[in-house]
Design a protein around this ligand. Structure first.
Ligand code: SAH
Ligand code: DHB
Ligand code: MG
Length: 231
């Protein structure tokens, strides 16, 4: 039974897309820097796996809500999410973003500079596990906010390494933990699904964090993110 005036949920992906577009039009409006970044990414042949606009703006709001000044991102791609995180930290803040592919880093650098936030973004090229270890070795100032959005196989390792790079109250967001229900599907057993299960199990078991997860629908289909706060 549905509530009066509310349709039964027989929604399809095309509806989720239309609603995301409606939300962008109503809440956010056009953003030439972000639009340009997506066009430049497509032109350069990067995969269109950036966060959606609505989800990316939510990351920016979370960064501002906790007053984060230092953000660590794993998975830069063309810098779409990086621009939103960099806006969130403000002119005195800093974003360190880890990217394995030099070509992605180069496109991201150009998109981020063009968006006017280049001075606060450091893109570190290399395997993120190595970069996180190097940041800890360097004694890098601790991060207030961490966004994990690269190879899902390593997410539990990224979480473990984030413990040395954060402080009580730091917020950690992990993208793509639902992936059309794969984690909870007993028939799904690919490497990414195993990585996602390992990350969720880590979040559930480790006493250093409190965590939850949110399922989402939208331009990227049925997915979701986990969110953890360092105790
Ligand atoms: N956060 C971006 C999307 C990232 S897509 C956005 O929302 O706009 C994932 C990126 O992680 C890709 O660019 C990929 O090259 C990178 N990546 C994959 N494995 C990696 C690794 N081991 N270390 C660093 N980057 C990696
Ligand atoms: C993929 C990766 C992502 O980070 C994402 O948000 C969507 C898809 C992928 O590798 O397919
Ligand atoms: Mg993602």
């Amino acid at each position: 039974m549905s509530a009066p005036g509310i349709a039964e949920d027989n929604s399809a992906e095309s509806d989720w897309l239309a609603v995301d577009q409606y939300l962008v039009d109503t809440l956010l409006g056009a953003d030439p820097s972000l639009d340009h970044a997506l066009a430049a990414n497509a032109e350069a042949g990067l995969p269109a796996i950036d966060v959606s606009r609505t989800n990316g703006e939510m990351l920016g709001i979370l960064v501002r809500a906790i007053g984060a000044r230092r953000v660590l991102e794993v998975g830069t791609l063309g810098g779409f999410s990086t621009i939103l995180l960099a806006r969130g930290v403000g002119p005195e803040g800093a974003v360190v973003s880890c990217e394995y592919e030099p070509k992605h880093a180069q496109i991201a650098r150009s998109n981020i500079d063009r968006a006017g936030v280049g001075d606060r973004v450091d893109i570190r090229i290399g395997a993120a596990l190595d970069t996180l270890a190097a940041l800890a070795d360097e004694g890098a100032e601790s991060f207030d906010f961490v966004f994990l959005d690269a190879d899902k196989e390593n997410n539990a390792n990224y979480l473990e390494r984030s413990m040395a790079l954060t402080h009580p109250g730091s917020l950690i967001v992990v993208d793509n933990v639902i992936r059309r229900g794969a984690a909870a599907d007993p028939d799904a057993d690919d490497a990414r699904t195993r990585g996602t299960r390992a990350a969720l199990a880590w979040l559930g078991a480790d006493d250093r964090v409190d965590a939850t997860a949110i399922q989402t629908v939208g331009t990227k289909g049925w997915d979701g993110f986990a969110m953890a706060i360092v105790r």
